[in-house]
Design a protein around this ligand. Structure first.
Ligand code: ADP
Length: 396
């Protein structure tokens, strides 16, 4: 059996999943997990496919534990358990730019092109690429595949991607790209397989996690999305502001005298649910809080989802189905109910018990729009692409 490792590398965390890939057909999950708190006191937890803990480990802060040493430990552990059956590594890469949409085998030319995109996603892309470089150094012969979060949105019409700025800036790459594409591709695939009718219609998918966005899908293809040039645009998120009057950003520079770094930190790390509530970026904490500020943060979160869903329904020219996914979308019935209530005018009507009970279809039989909860699985999507690409281009 051949195995594939999927990596999703962030600034202080590394999510991983190990899949067995048969010669034909879908990969099957063997184990997954996360190393958190990298740079401080890293903590690893790995589980098997049933969710049972396989390994848990903590490192103390001593300056010698880096992303790369942690990755080396992880590779060694995996190789101890699967021998030399590891045939490749698939990565989630936030930005593929204008030129890269389909998953691609990593080589020096691709890496250089992706490095050039770091200014467009400064908080994510450098960490994604550092993981590729680390694997190249540690296991130079191991094939690697990059899957782009921007890729799924590539076929959008230029009217959906253009920013109303002077053309010279668009030609330099200032345009709307959209993100969460690996998740949306998985959702489109699942929807097509469980409900071909809905998969062939007009759908809004809501990926509501720490990062949050909506995607308008027409017959499974992205035609519009709320994230744009960067992953700051669109919905209110855990710590990100979402769409903001550009004049508000000018005000921060001109009247508040803030530096670019300070504004970046404010918009990416101190805003959103955390900024409005003053309590937490975590929806569970806000739902459990009685304070008016926590309620205001949830109100704003819901308001913006409904408002922007209305815009995407306009892009689609109507709506047949709505899908909730990711941490909040999959687990917070109260948020789903409040979003659905605001979308009643579009024909959304929930079944209260199905929503509370965590059913797969949560709309009422009389609802004009079918509403589903579909758990996302970005790692599985990466494993599928990596397996497909390695089958096409066997190891040289
Ligand atoms: P990421 O974008 O980092 O992958 P997730 O998709 O895991 O994040 O989503 C994290 C969000 O999901 C957090 O706001 C968390 O509070 C929320 N969440 C997870 N479980 C629940 C739950 N049972 N009820 C409400 N919110 C939840």
């Amino acid at each position: 059996m051949a195995e594939i490792l999927c990596l999703n590398a962030g600034s202080s965390s590394l999510k991983f999943a190990l899949y067995a890939t048969p010669d034909t057909g879908e990969p099957t999950l063997l184990a997954n997990g996360k190393i958190e708190n990298i740079g401080l006191e890293p903590h690893l937890i790995a589980r098997d496919a049933k969710g049972e803990v396989l390994a848990e480990r903590r490192w103390t802060k001593d300056g010698t534990v880096t992303h790369e040493t942690l990755l080396e430990d992880l590779l060694r552990e995996i190789e101890t358990s699967v021998g030399d059956d590891l045939i490749g590594v698939g990565h989630r890469i936030v930005h593929g730019g204008a030129d890269h949409s389909a998953p691609a085998r990593v080589d020096e030319a691709l890496l250089a092109a992706l490095e050039a995109l770091c200014p467009l996603a400064p908080l994510h892309q450098p960490h994604n690429l550092a993981a590729i470089r680390a694997v190249s150094r540690l296991r130079p012969a191991l094939p690697q595949v990059a899957c782009f979060d921007t890729g799924f949105h590539h076929g959008q019409l230029s009217v959906a991607t253009r920013l109303a700025l002077p053309r010279a800036l668009s030609e330099e790459g200032m345009r709307r790209y959209g993100f969460h594409g690996v998740s949306y591709e998985y959702i489109a695939r699942q929807l097509r397989s469980i409900d071909p009718g809905a998969g062939g219609g007009r759908t809004i998918a809501a990926h509501l996690g720490n990062g949050a966005s909506l995607c308008a899908m027409d017959r499974g293809r992205s035609i519009d999305t709320t994230m744009g040039f960067t992953a700051l645009d669109g919905l209110v998120m855990g710590t990100r502001s979402g769409a903001l009057d550009p004049g508000a950003v000018l005000y921060l520079f001109q009247q508040k005298g803030m530096t670019a770094r300070e504004v970046e930190h404010l918009l990416y790390s101190e805003s959103g649910l955390l900024g409005v509530s003053g309590i937490s970026s975590d929806m569970r904490a806000l739902l459990g809080s009685e304070t008016a500020a926590a309620q205001e943060a949830i109100d704003l979160f819901v308001w913006q989802i409904a408002r922007q869903a209305g815009a995407l329904a306009s892009s689609l020219g109507g709506l047949d189905s709505f899908v909730f996914t990711a941490g909040i979308g999959e687990n917070a019935p109260e948020v789903r109910a409040r979003v659905a209530e605001r979308l009643g005018w579009l024909g959304v009507e929930l079944d209260v018990d199905a929503n509370l009970g965590g059913a797969a279809v949560i709309s009422a039989p009389s609802s004009r729009v079918e509403v589903r909860v579909i758990p996302t699985d970005e790692e599985r999507m990466i494993a599928i692409h990596t397996a497909d690409l390695l089958r096409e281009e066997p190891k040289s």
